[in-house]
Write a protein of this length. Structure first.
Lengths: 165, 153
């Protein structure tokens, strides 16, 4: 479970859930996994299962709270960043972290969630998690490549050195 | 989708994302502990009852104190419906099993036991907000209990 704890947490956070809601999602996902263990036919696919369940539970909590989630479900457009991090954290974190954090926050909910999840995917589950979250939109192509490009574009203006270019 | 279409630059970028998020938004210890504790909640003797209806997903109303939510769980072995009212971090559950049963609520506090009346009706106070699951032993079929899938109340 330790291998996947970051994955579940960051999918919930990618949906902009606060500490309490994200904790509820994470705990529920682990409890669901335990209750589903007898029926999971392929243990190797657990990464994809966790990613799908974490996303669904995050969306459920957003719906329950009456928040609009159409964009989180389908969209690729970005939303204004919120102030979900305390000023103290930002100051301590330093410029490099702040730049990456801001570039992530400027992404659409879907890109943000996907990249957060992939950043915390164990290597052997990467393909499953990618498949679980990365649904092609129309004929545009895989979301992942577009999301990585958008993050890169966001960073390029302020922090090209982070891209190794 | 395979791992091989990630180029080295993509890998570096994702590694950077991981490093930054590990610092600015680490997984709380409470979440790690609850993940490990989840294993102790495994119930192997009961049939899983899936969530069949949840009014919270049908209405887009904002959450507020006093709002009542109704949910239904069903399995081949039995049916369980209840309404949830909120008061801060405490939930009250009022509901009905399809026949008389003895219930145990699993939540973030100590388990709560309750018995239905002869019509299957029950009321449970003091359920804590967060993941909740009900274990239900029907009196006519005690050897075939059900347990509801976890849901955040």
């Amino acid at each position: 479970m330790d291998r996947y704890s970051g994955l579940v947490w960051h999918i919930a956070r990618g949906h902009r859930l606060g500490d309490a809601d994200a904790s509820d999602v994470a705990q529920t996902v682990w409890l669901r996994l335990v209750e589903s263990l007898p029926r999971l036919r392929e243990p190797a696919a657990v990464g994809g299962w966790l990613a799908t369940t974490a996303r669904n539970e995050s969306l459920r909590l957003l719906r329950r709270a009456g928040r609009e989630v159409v964009e989180a479900d389908l969209g690729l457009e970005s939303t204004p960043a919120d102030d979900s991090y305390s000023p103290e954290v930002v100051v301590e974190a330093g410029e490099r972290r702040e730049l990456v954090r801001r570039a992530l926050d400027d992404l659409s909910p879907r890109c943000r969630t996907l990249l957060r999840a992939l950043a915390f995917s164990p290597d052997d589950s990467y393909a499953d998690i990618s498949a679980a979250l990365d649904m092609p939109v129309g004929s545009i192509g895989p979301t992942r490549g577009r999301c990585l490009d958008r993050l890169r574009q966001g960073l390029r203006a302020d922090a090209p050195h982070l891209l190794g270019e | 989708m395979s791992d091989t279409d990630l180029n080295p630059a993509d890998r570096r970028l994702l590694a950077e994302v991981r490093n930054v998020l590990t610092e600015v938004d680490p997984v709380p210890d409470t979440v790690l502990n609850s993940a490990r504790a989840a294993l102790t909640w495994l119930t192997i003797d009961a049939e899983l009852a899936a969530l069949a209806e949840d009014s919270a997903l049908e209405t887009a109303g904002t959450r507020s104190a006093g709002l009542t939510r109704s949910v239904t769980f069903e399995s081949d072995a039995g049916l369980l419906s209840f309404e949830v009212s909120e008061d801060g971090d405490v939930r009250q559950i009022v509901g009905q099993a399809d026949r008389p049963a003895d219930l145990t609520v699993r939540h973030n506090g100590d388990p709560i036991t309750a018995a239905t009346d002869e019509l299957g009706r029950f009321r449970i106070d003091g359920v804590l907000a967060g993941p909740v699951s009900l274990h239900c032993v029907f009196r006519d079929t005690p050897g075939n209990p059900i347990v509801t899938s976890w849901i955040v109340l």
